[in-house]
Design a protein around this ligand. Structure first.
Ligand SMILES: *[C@@H]1O[C@H](CO)[C@@H](O)[C@H](O)[C@H]1NC(C)=O
Ligand SMILES: *[C@@H]1O[C@H](CO)[C@@H](O)[C@H](O)[C@H]1NC(C)=O
Ligand SMILES: *[C@@H]1O[C@H](CO)[C@@H](O)[C@H](O)[C@H]1NC(C)=O
Ligand SMILES: *[C@@H]1O[C@H](CO)[C@@H](O)[C@H](O)[C@H]1NC(C)=O
Ligand SMILES: *[C@@H]1O[C@H](CO)[C@@H](O)[C@H](O)[C@H]1NC(C)=O
Ligand SMILES: *[C@@H]1O[C@H](CO)[C@@H](O)[C@H](O)[C@H]1NC(C)=O
Ligand SMILES: CC(=O)N[C@H]1CO[C@H](CO)[C@@H](O)[C@@H]1O
Length: 186
């Protein structure tokens, strides 16, 4: 009974708060391009496939009978890859890349990635970058787009140049050089 009444009070308080702040508004203010700041980042993404502690796993795969690939068209991966300061496996972890990668090339091993690069150390702790792009691995141009961010990277936009350091059946290590501009960098 007591718990119910407390929940009731919380509900009433929330509802009254919502009523006070519930006015719709839409305001426009000038945009100041001089407020844009550019940030460069350099780090390495480490991915483990298979084995005891994979950081990328297959969620689903289309039932395609004719394919010549170990990662055929229509394969969806869930990913939680550490971001580290160096290509060495024991280098310092500074964040992680969480998201999805879908193999989206019918006649090629091409993927599209939907990743959130979250940073967990230093002044970027709690900030993240949103990447949405074709996976550069198999493309001749190894570039991915940064479409947004949060924390220090609010309203970020930019790109990353990617250099594959190691790619084999069990390990992927990618060097990232990210360039983003943000107008709200605090
Ligand atoms: C996969 O496709 C083949 C051929 O169309 C079919 O025989 C088989 O039952 C399918 N398997 C599943 C799990 O749907
Ligand atoms: C598989 O490889 C063969 C021979 O290289 C090729 O003719 C065929 O088109 C390929 N199939 C697919 C689905 O890529
Ligand atoms: C894939 O390759 C086949 C055979 O060469 C071709 O008919 C088809 O149009 C190609 N599909 C795409 C999406 O490139
Ligand atoms: C990062 O932020 C979280 C949450 O505020 C905090 O628990 C953690 O200790 C911080 N890590 C570092 C390395 O500052
Ligand atoms: C990233 O920048 C470093 C220098 O900071 C350079 O040595 C490296 O080649 C660059 N890599 C890519 C993929 O642009
Ligand atoms: C993949 O590369 C890593 C790092 O270079 C190495 O430790 C591992 O043995 C390689 N695995 C295969 C299957 O080649
Ligand atoms: C879905 C599917 O059929 N995948 C197969 C594609 O080809 C590779 C290699 O021949 C098989 O291992 C997959 O099972």
């Amino acid at each position: 009974m007591k718990r119910t009444s407390i929940l009731g009070w919380i509900l009433i308080v929330c509802l009254s708060t919502a009523a006070v702040h519930g006015q719709y508004y839409s305001k426009t203010r000038p945009y100041d391009p001089k407020a844009e700041k550019v940030t460069d980042l350099h780090f390495f993404l480490h991915e483990s496939l298979g084995g005891q502690n994979p950081t990328a796993v297959v969620l689903a795969q289309a039932n395609i009978t004719s394919n010549n690939s170990t990662v055929p068209f229509g394969t969806l991966f869930a990913v939680d890859n550490p971001l580290q300061t160096g290509p060495e496996p024991n280098s310092e972890v500074i964040g992680n890349a969480q998201g999805l990668a879908v193999v989206a090339g019918i006649n090629s091993t091409a993927a599209v990635m939907y990743f959130d690069f979250g940073f967990t150390t230093g002044e970027l702790n709690g900030s993240s970058l949103s990447l949405f792009s074709r996976n550069p691995l198999i493309m001749s141009e190894r570039e991915v787009s940064v479409v947004g961010g949060k924390g220090k990277f609010r309203m970020a936009k930019g790109f990353a140049l990617v250099n594959p350091v190691v790619i084999n059946a069990t390990t992927v290590i990618l060097e990232f050089n990210v360039t983003v501009s943000c107008s709200l960098l605090t």
